[in-house]
Design a protein around this ligand. Structure first.
Ligand code: NDP
Ligand SMILES: CCCCCC(=O)/C=C/[C@H]1[C@H](O)CC(=O)[C@@H]1CCCCCCC(=O)O
Length: 348
């Protein structure tokens, strides 16, 4: 018999409400894991908390690729763990595996078809990176910049990133620099984060949107205007950035976290001024979803792994311990408590 802890959705915050840790409930039970053909028993090592999960807390997620979490049921998301028992020929005991649909549970019986094997060498043994820099957020940064950013080395471009100290933003800015942008300016929510962007990650400057006027800080740090905008947040921050973009610029529409606690569709409607600015200056703003580029994921992960191993990309992470703290970790990430990727360590 196994002692299993799991997290279920207790209540929904409402489409217009702030999520709270009490929306989740931790349960403990004894289970005897019976494996059917094709299944494996996995022990969870790390679980991911991500902004899109806020949409899964609603009964209508607003996105066709996202299913709502159901009340009273175990919630799921990105996870990584180790196979402890197997009735699947392709997945042997002891290997490391990952999935986008990992139940928030200390142990899971899972169908092997839901799992991908992980080579721990790819992350130099740092298995949490499978959920961050060498995983979905890293790919989002890489493919977002490469597919929608139009970075042209030697053309003195300025890139601005909002949500710059988070999982995707911190990697996107470093890729902008590696790919040849002349200036890479990050917007984030604290002085400590701004300092990390510049001293640890090599950004040109950091702007704290909670202090002072963003527009004048952007004018100071982007004297030649803005060519590329990696947008993680939307709302008034994005209005301020787009108003200073150069003609022919490109917005990478990655996410709009500032609007996720509101009852608006995705992507949320733009202000009239911003719409006019995009149109008059011929700025592209195409929707980007990393899952639409699955054929580029394997090659992208090899590139990200190489950059991290050679130190060309630095990884920032915020780690919380214990499955009991999943709800706290999620709500903390949604309000800026993380620097780099927020993960939860479940077992050693
Ligand atoms: N298109 C795609 O395929 C994908 C899109 N995404 C999107 O990318 C974005 C970043 O995700 P991820 O890197 O995982 O998360 P982060 O690690 O960046 O964490 C979220 C951050 O958002 C910031 N934030 C929260 N509320 C606000 C607000 N009202 N205004 C400005 N900033 C806010 C906080 O930082 P701060 O201290 O700076 O406020 C917080 O740390 C999200 O919008 C997400 O939905 C993510 C993955 C894939
Ligand atoms: C509705 C707001 C979405 C904002 C954009 C965003 O954060 C998208 C995130 C996805 C990204 O494309 C890759 C992912 O892993 C995120 C979604 C994961 C989908 C899992 C689907 C599982 C399910 O619905 O059952």
């Amino acid at each position: 018999m196994l002692n299993v802890k799991r997290v279920v959705l207790r209540s929904r915050p409402g489409k217009d409400g702030l999520p709270v840790p009490e929306n989740f409930r931790v349960e403990e039970l004894m289970k005897s894991p019976e494996l059917k053909e094709g299944q494996v028993l996995v022990r969870t090592l790390f679980l991911s908390v991500d902004p899109y999960m806020r949409c899964r807390m609603n009964d209508d997620t607003g996105a066709d690729y996202l299913l709502p979490w159901r009340l009273g049921e175990v919630v799921d998301g990105g996870g990584v763990g180790v196979v402890e028992a197997s009735k699947n020929q392709a997945l042997s005991v002891g290997i490391t595996v990952t999935s986008f649909s990992w139940p928030w549970q200390t142990y899971n019986v899972m169908d092997g078809s839901l799992l991908q094997e992980v080579d721990p060498e790819m992350v130099d043994g740092h298995l949490s990176h499978v959920l961050g820099a060498v995983g979905m957020p890293g790919l989002t940064a890489l493919l977002g910049v490469r597919e929608k950013g139009h970075v042209t080395p030697g053309s003195h471009q300025t890139m601005v990133i909002s949500g710059a100290a988070g999982a995707c933003g911190s990697i996107a800015g470093q890729i902008g620099r590696l790919d040849g942008c002349e200036r890479v300016v990050g917007i984030c929510g604290s002085e400590q984060k701004c300092q990390a962007l510049v001293t640890e990650l090599g950004f040109t400057a950091g702007i704290n949107y909670k202090k002072g006027d963003i527009s004048s800080a952007l004018r100071e740090h982007c004297p030649a205007g803005i060519d590329i905008y990696f947008d993680n947040v939307g709302g008034p921050i994005s209005d301020a950035v787009i108003s200073q973009m150069n003609p022919g610029g490109h917005v990478i529409l990655c996410g709009q976290i500032s609007q996720y606690n509101k009852d608006v569709p995705y992507p949320p409607p733009l202000s009239e001024d911003t719409q006019k600015a995009l149109c008059h200056k011929n700025i592209t703003r195409e929707r980007f979803v990393v899952l639409n580029y699955i054929e580029k994921h394997a090659e992208g992960l090899v590139q990200l792994s190489r950059w991290v191993k050679t130190g060309q990309i630095k990884v920032l992470e915020t780690v919380v311990n214990g499955i009991e703290n999943m709800g706290e970790a999620f709500c903390s990430m949604m309000t800026g408590g993380n620097i780099g990727k927020q993960v939860v360590k479940i077992t050693d």
